[in-house]
Every structure is written in C-alpha cells, then in structure tokens.
Design a protein. Structure first.
Length: 201
C-alpha cells in the first residue's frame, strides 16, 4: 500500500490501511499478556489527529538525514517525540514496542520496529522498561540514534533494499540483521563461536 500510494495522508485516511495496522499489531502480540491495544476507532482517530506531524516525518528516510544535530535532524526528532508521546496506541503504560511498530508501519523508511526479544537485548542486554512516555522516548531516541549511525557508517541507501521477503526498507534491514545475529549466536555453543573467531583471526 505504501508503494502504490506514496502518500501518507491518503493512507491514514484509508480505513483498510488502518485496519491492517491494527491487525498486524495484534499478530505481533500487542494485545495479549501485559500488552493492551486501544480500541481500533481510538487508534484510527489518533492517527488522523497527528496527520500534520506524520506528513512532515514521511518526507524523511533514515539515509536522508545527514546529522541528527542539524536543523533537519532536530525537526525530525521533535516530530518523532510528539508522535511517540501522544499517539493513542496502547492502553497499557508501556508504549515503546507498540508505538515504534506503529510508527514503522506509518514511516517504514524512517523508523525501525522495536521489540523486547531482540532489539532491547541487543542494545542493552536486558529489557528496559519505563511507565512514562517521555522516559520511553529517551530509549526510543537512543535506539534511533544508533541505527542512524549504522546507516551512515555503512552508507546504506535505497540500492541496498531488494524488497525480497522482509528487506523492505533500511530500518528493516537493520532490524533483520539484529534478529539474524541473535539467532546465529544462540544457535552456536561458546566453543563453536570461539573456534569461528580464531579461524577469522
């Protein structure tokens, strides 16, 4: 739908698109155990209320931002903070997973989905938790800054996205690499990893 439309206003005003976001969040476990989604109509209304911020953010991709410290980067961060802290996605206090995934569905070329199983453990070694939106945004921004740095250091651009399977955007490429690395590490014993490192050295 993104490729066909390339218009965030058209998308968020499309009930089918909003329904797909909601059903995918449910499929990604955002409405079970401790996580609770808001009702669909509340989420849909909130997305449309945040249209001006989403329009501005949609103009950016992770590889189009030279520096998060310049004027453009600062504006992206401010818009992300407002959307992150005010979008009504989750009933439960914790919002970083559900909101980051929603922002990824809305802004696939800018925001990487964050989860507790892979992303948090990869960057922090444990599952960071806050019950205040502003504190959770600090964690979101830290991860966003790190994946922006990865994008710049590897010079990732649209040519690296082959759109095969999950390789649909630069943020998803990085997310896939994190998941793949974790699964690879967990699939080998410590002795096997040491042997592999000694071969490479």
């Amino acid at each position: 739908m993104h490729k066909k439309s390339q218009n965030i206003v058209e998308l968020i005003r499309n009930d089918t698109f909003c329904e797909k976001i909601y059903s995918t969040l449910e499929a990604w476990n955002m409405n079970q155990r401790g996580a609770r989604l808001q009702e669909f109509e509340i989420i849909k209304k909130s997305l449309r209320q945040h249209e001006p911020y989403l329009i501005d953010l949609y103009k950016n991709s992770l590889d189009s931002i030279n520096s998060l410290g310049d004027e453009k980067g600062g504006r992206v961060i401010r818009d992300l903070e407002f959307a992150f802290c005010h979008l009504e996605i989750m009933k439960s206090k914790r919002r970083i997973v559900g909101v980051s995934k929603t922002l990824h569905f809305l802004l696939p070329h800018l925001v990487m989905p964050i989860d507790s199983t892979y992303t948090m453990l990869h960057f922090y070694g444990s599952n960071k938790y806050h019950d205040k939106a502003e504190k959770e945004f600090e964690t979101f921004l830290d991860i966003f800054t790190k994946i922006h740095r990865i994008t710049r250091q590897l010079n990732l651009n649209s040519n690296d996205v082959d759109e095969e399977k999950w390789n649909t955007s630069i943020p998803k490429l990085i997310d896939n690499a994190i998941i793949g690395f974790d699964k690879y590490m967990n699939g080998h014993t410590l002795d096997e990893l040491k042997a592999l490192l000694s071969q490479q050295n």
